[in-house]
Structures are given as C-alpha cells and as structure tokens.
Design a protein around this ligand. Structure first.
Ligand SMILES: Cc1ncc(COP(=O)(O)O)c(C=O)c1O
Length: 484
C-alpha cells in the first residue's frame, strides 16, 4: 500500500510487510501504559486540575510514531489515576489484566456484533455467556441476555421491553395511550431510570419515586400504599428494584418487591448494575434474594467484576419475548440459520466485541476469584463502618450491605465537604454526593490492593479531623504526594 501521506505503520499489513515496525509501536505503547499503571500507587488519585480547554488542531501531515508515543504519554499522565487504591470515590477501579488484553484483541479484530456473519464466533460466545450468567442469577431455562455499552443502555432496553409488553405500543407508539404510564422505583434508584422514561415517551415525571426506609432500600409499606392508590388516570406498569444503590450500596427488599409486582401485574426489573457481582459468592449471594423472580436484570461487570469499560448486560427471563416486544428484523443481514442477529434484538446496532474481555476475565478469575474479591471488599467496608461508627460526630448512612459506605459529619454539610478535602490532601479521593438533601462522603472499597492498614489509616485520619475541629477554611490544599 503506497498512498501519499500515509505512513507504513498506519495499518497492519495483511501480507506481513510491516510486522516488525508495527510490533515496535505496539510494544512501546504498552510500555508507556505499564510504566504508568505499575507506578500508580506513587501518584495522587486525581491528576492536577486540568486546564479548562485542551486545544487541538488536526495536522495536515500525519505524525511519526515517536510523536504519537509522546502524545500518548502526555495524555496518560494527566488521566484520572483510578488504579491507585486510594481512588475510592466512585465505582471505578483498575481493570483485570486479561480484560485489557481482550479489549486490545477485540479492537484489532474489529468484528461487529451487529450480525452473525460479521462476528459469528463472538455472537455465539455472547449468547452462551449471557445465558450462563442468567443461570447464576437463578433465571430459568430460556433466559439469556445481550450486552450493552453501559448500565444506562441496559436499563433503557429492559424498560423498553417492559413498556412494549405491558402497554402493547411496539408498533403504534404512545399516541393512543389514555392513562399516564408510570415506572416505579426507589428514591435511591439510578438516574438512568429517568433517562429511560424520558426516551420512552413517558417524560421524567413518569418515574414514581418511593421513599427509602432506614436501610436505604425501598420502603415496602410505602410501595404498597402507592400501588393501592396510584392516583387517578395513572397506570404503573413496571417496578424497578435496585441491588446496590449508587450512593449507599443499598439493596431494595427484592422478595417483597417481586410479590407486589406480581400482584399488581407489573414488569419486575432489577438494576443490579453494581451489586450483581455478589451473585458469584456463595456467602454474599443471599443478599440478592428475590432477584431470580425478575423479568429483566441489569448487570455491569465493568464495576465490581473488574472488566474494562464498557461491560454491561441486560438479562431476560424469557429471551423469546424479545421477538415480539423488541426485535426489529434486518433482512439485509440474512444469515440463513434462523438465529437472530444480535443487532436485531439489542439497542445498539454496530457495537464492539465487548464479550471477549468479559469472558477472558471470568476465565482468568473464575467465580472463586470474583467471590474472594467481593467478600474481602465487604469485610473491609464493614471494618471501616465499625470504626467510623465509633467516632463521635460521624454519621454512617446505614450498615453497608456491600462495599460502598456513605458517611458524613453529623448535621454539618460544610464540615463534611471540608473533611473530603482534608482526606484528598492526604492522598485519598472519596466523592461527595448529594443524597436525601444532604452532603455525604462516599467510599467505594473496590481496589483489590486495599487492606486493613489502609482502612485503619483512613479512619484514624477521620478521627484526627473530628478531634482537631479543623474548619472548612483551615482544610489544607491538596499535596502532590501526600499519603494517609
Ligand atoms: C445502580 C446503577 N445503575 C445504573 C448505572 C448506570 O450505569 P452506566 O454509567 O454504565 O451507564 C449506575 C452507574 O453508576 C448505577 O450505579
């Protein structure tokens, strides 16, 4: 290939003409990444504040490999340091090594999950693996799922199928609907439920938020009261239970929700984006009790199963319902074997081979590895909750049902904010969500390299802060290499 302006390493020559040169580039790039990631603990979790804008101009002449590597290094160095164990503010952490490998291989192969003829082996892998995961969640024969690029899309697809099944609007749309359709969810449910309602023609007011009880999960009495009298002209058709709320990791009482959903004829969807990973642990699985009764489940292995982003799925109790309630056939993609193309039954059309990194991660960690990681994270979180519970003036949201802990300085939003900054100055990034009208500090103990020493140093720092009466004004600025 000789095209003016196109460098000889622009593509991998299918006839092997530039293998060495491409290899040098790829190996050097992996080197940049490894240099960075294997020293992550020595850098603060957040990069220095970014400039407001990053001006770019696309060059006329393509740049040589050396410059590409320099640019890669420059951007890598400014990225959020999620691999640092003290980056503990969100549901993000370092990915499994083999998921990075799967990501690279998938990118190189560039198959398309749209249709069987474009990705036969990976289509089969996705169908088999989602069916196997559905089995772990206790769904019956005939269940399965499709991957989606993130939990928001997975929730959207689940609720689209729910809407089409309960309202019968797949063909004619919402125009003739007389009563106001409602999705019912707890106050702690993720905002992607509102996004789905907006996109499904219900409007964001189409989500009825049920208050939580002291555990942070949906109050089942409040749910019953609402379902008994939803209001004139209002028509609840789907109930969303959450297994792992975004701020506090709370789990809705799924068995009770399942009963209410059945009694009221509602579609029962469980958003287990985060907490779903516990299904692989024999000792934690019980916390998801009731999930096997769901019609659909969202699960994001990109969170607590350590797969690179994006990795999410929607599981269906009955895969065959997709045919009547969602599938849009693509006759131009005929493959003659009667099996659906994934692009016909999933929300996205063209999409990358996200199943490879997922499968390699399960293969490498095994369910035992995932179980061990989730159990250890829960143990450390309990330890942190116990220690914080003993510090006067610190309020813990609820006993943590998993590895997310929300806490605050009792009755003091500004001191809570100052405490978060104090911890950041000591090298620990915890986030600062608004929740139930108050400021909270959220810790997500996700990184496999966290240990008891880290938990104890963190709680000692919080104790020191509370005892010292450090005020908002006096909270120190962030130190570059400070550590707890
Ligand atoms: C409970 C829950 N559901 C859904 C989502 C949305 O997932 P995504 O950001 O992958 O779209 C999140 C994200 O944090 C979540 O916590």
């Amino acid at each position: 290939m000789k095209v003016r302006g196109v460098r000889s390493s622009a593509f991998i020559d299918p006839a092997g003409g530039n293998r060495d040169r491409v290899e040098r580039l790829l190996v050097s790039a992996i080197g940049v990444l490894l240099d960075h990631l294997s020293t992550a603990a020595s850098r603060p979790p957040l990069p220095p504040p970014a400039a407001k804008r990053l001006p770019v101009s696309i060059p006329d002449r393509g740049r040589p490999e050396g410059e590409i590597l320099i640019e890669l290094r420059r951007l890598v160095e400014r990225s959020a340091n999620v691999a640092n164990p003290s980056y503990a503010g969100h549901m993000d952490t370092l990915p499994s090594v083999v998921s990075v490998l799967g990501e690279i291989a998938a990118a190189g192969l560039n198959n398309n999950m749209l249709s069987r003829e474009m990705s036969g082996i990976f289509t089969d892998l996705e169908r088999s693996l989602t069916a196997e995961i559905a089995r772990y969640f206790g769904l019956p024969a005939g269940s399965g799922g499709v991957l989606a690029s993130g939990g928001t899309l997975a929730n959207l697809q689940a609720l689209a199928v729910a809407r089409n099944a309960r309202l019968g609007v797949k063909r004619k749309g919402m125009a003739g609907i007389q009563r106001r359709p409602l999705i019912v969810a707890s106050e702690g449910a993720h905002t992607s439920i509102e996004k789905a309602a907006m996109l499904l023609g219900l409007g964001t007011d189409g989500v009825e938020r049920i208050p939580a009880d002291r555990s942070g999960g949906m109050d089942p009495d409040a749910l019953r009261r609402f379902l008994h009298r939803p209001g004139k002209g209002r028509f609840p058709f789907a109930l969303v239970g959450t297994a792992g709320t975004t701020v506090a990791g709370a789990i809705d009482p799924l068995p009770e929700l399942a009963v209410e959903a059945r009694k009221a004829g509602l579609w029962f969807h469980v958003d287990a984006s985060y907490g779903g990973a516990m299904v692989f642990s024999p000792s934690l699985r019980g916390r998801l009790r009731g999930i096997a009764l769901a019609d659909t489940i969202t699960f994001n292995p990109q969170k607590w199963a350590f797969v690179t982003k994006a990795s999410a799925m929607v599981l269906f109790r009955e895969m065959k319902r997709l045919d009547g309630r969602f599938r849009i056939g693509a006759p131009y993609m005929g493959n003659g074997d009667g099996l659906p193309n994934l692009g016909e039954i999933s929300l996205q059309g063209t999409r990358p081979v996200e199943v490879l990194k997922l499968w390699l991660t399960f293969l490498h960690l095994g369910t035992e590895g995932i179980a061990g990681l989730t159990e250890e994270a829960c143990r450390l979180t309990r330890r942190l909750a116990d220690r914080l519970g003993r510090i006067a003036g610190v309020e813990v949201a609820a006993p943590p049902p998993m590895n997310i802990l929300a806490f605050r300085v009792s009755g003091a939003d500004r001191r809570t904010e100052a405490l978060q900054r104090f911890l950041l100055a000591r090298g620990v990034f915890l986030s600062l969500p608004n929740h139930a009208g108050r400021r909270w500090i959220k810790a997500v103990l996700l990184n496999p390299y966290l240990d008891e020493g880290w938990v104890d140093r963190l709680s000692d720092s919080i104790l020191e802060y509370m005892r010292s009466g450090i005020s908002q004004r006096a909270a120190p600025k962030r130190a570059e290499n400070a550590r707890i």
